[in-house]
Design a protein. Structure first.
Length: 113
């Protein structure tokens, strides 16, 4: 019996210490949903971000990640699930999409309480 307790105690410690809050989960998901984090193109708070400047046919061009922290949930949901040039396809669950949206609007939720 003593050996059985020794065997399972690390699992118990790991299971109880690995719990994260929904807020922490949403923040981590924003930073790395499926390999490339949202903040790389949309900024730390979804404010939009310049990704690259380049020349095409002699004209200066910019490639930007759009601002995503001010759109409503329906627009956000559609944008994530629509194939768009430069946007990776993540195949997120509805719960993951909700978490990302809440992460981007966390200050609004905090102010409403």
């Amino acid at each position: 019996m003593k050996y059985l307790l020794l065997l399972f105690s690390p699992l118990y410690i790991y299971a109880t210490s690995s719990f994260i809050t929904p807020k922490e989960y949403a923040a981590q998901l924003y930073k790395n949903p499926r390999g490339i984090g949202c903040q790389k193109c949309h900024g730390e708070n979804g404010e939009g971000k310049l990704i690259a400047k380049y020349k095409h046919k002699g004209k200066e061009r910019e490639f930007r990640g759009p601002k995503i922290n001010s759109i409503n949930y329906n627009e956000f949901y559609k944008a994530i699930n629509r194939r768009k040039s430069g946007m990776p396809r993540y195949f997120l669950t509805n719960k993951e999409i909700e978490a990302l949206y809440l992460h981007l609007h966390r200050n609004e939720v905090k102010n409403a309480q």
